[in-house]
Write a protein that binds this ligand. Structure first.
Ligand code: C2E
Ligand code: CA
Ligand code: CA
Ligand code: CA
Length: 276
């Protein structure tokens, strides 16, 4: 009977998590989570090479689910996209950013860069431009240089993309191509759109330093960014060896656990106080 109890217990747990998964997938859970304030944000420092100075941050979303625990943005952003909930979720993200912004401006001087990830479906939504203008209105005036991070697949609808990118540039924002090299190849558009930053995916960075491994694609990506006059940002930098190699190659900014994990605003302020 101990065994039977164990089996029932196990399958009960399994059933619970299956039901939870289904509720999560149908999207209602995301709306409830917004209302109940289960989403929060963390800030990851971005370091300028070669002087290794803290000059900006990227904001990343977190979901503390009461029964499922921490849910990764890789999962819930995709669910929100599939359920047409990206617009409300991103608006909520913007209110969280605005809430932290006064404290953030204490550790980052005027002109510092604030990176925000945008989901493809928001970029192409009719509300997009107004949402961005509302965000700017809610931030300390003229303090942060906003950098919107998009992925390669956002560039595939060429006419729509060029309208949005031109508008963002006219408004004085910068644009970064995120996860470069992992999605559809949009090389031709890189030339056409004149975007500002190329973020080198952590998959490339993690191969640096394994002695017998050469890095032909990474070498080519860095050379390509230079030719296109794009500023490079390497993400997922975890070791001194990776940092040194990237700085030697002329990569402009570094981000990763070597410097700091993404932190809640209070911890970011403490982290900054420990830097020289
Ligand atoms: P991303 O934009 O490529 O963000 C970088 C991811 O790498 C983050 O994962 C960050 O925590 C992680 N990371 C940073 N440094 C290191 C490191 O040294 N080592 C390792 N192993 N990982 C590192 P996270 O926070 O789980 O976010 C995953 C993805 O979810 C993000 O990838 C982004 O595409 C998406 N995401 C996160 N927040 C948002 C958001 O607010 N809006 C949208 N649209 N997408 C978001
Ligand atoms: Ca990003
Ligand atoms: Ca990335
Ligand atoms: Ca990613």
């Amino acid at each position: 009977s101990l065994l039977a109890g164990l089996v029932v217990g196990l399958s009960g747990g399994l059933l619970c998590s299956l039901i939870l998964m289904m509720r999560l997938r149908n999207g209602r859970e995301i709306q409830t989570a917004i209302r109940r304030n289960q989403f929060h944000i963390v800030w990851q420092p971005v370091i300028k090479a070669p002087e290794m100075k803290f000059t900006g941050v990227e904001v990343l979303m977190r979901w503390a689910h009461p029964s499922a625990g921490a849910i990764s943005p890789d999962a819930f952003i995709a669910w929100a996209e599939a359920r047409q909930l990206i617009v409300p979720l991103t608006r909520h993200l913007f209110t969280l950013i605005a809430r932290d912004a006064p404290r953030l401006s204490q550790v980052l001087p005027a002109g510092s860069k604030l990176g925000i990830n945008l989901a493809p479906s928001h970029l192409h939504a009719p509300e997009f431009k107004q949402d961005i203008l509302d965000l700017v209105d809610a931030l300390p005036p003229n303090h942060f240089q906003l950098v919107f991070e998009i992925t390669e697949r956002d560039m595939l609808n060429e006419n729509e993309a060029s309208d949005v990118f031109n508008w963002l540039h006219q408004q004085g924002f910068e644009i970064a191509v995120d996860d470069f090299g992992t999605g559809h190849s949009a090389l031709i558009y890189l030339e056409r759109f004149k975007l500002d930053y190329l973020k080198i995916d952590r998959g490339f960075v993690s191969s640096i330093g394994m002695e017998t491994v050469t890095t032909p694609v990474l070498d080519a990506v860095i050379a390509l960014a230079k030719r296109l006059d794009m500023t490079t940002v390497a993400e997922g930098v975890e070791t001194q060896e990776q940092a040194r190699w990237l700085v030697d190659q002329g990569v402009n900014y570094l981000q990763g656990y070597l410097f700091s994990r993404p932190l809640p605003i209070g911890e970011l302020i403490e982290w900054q106080a420990r830097q020289d």
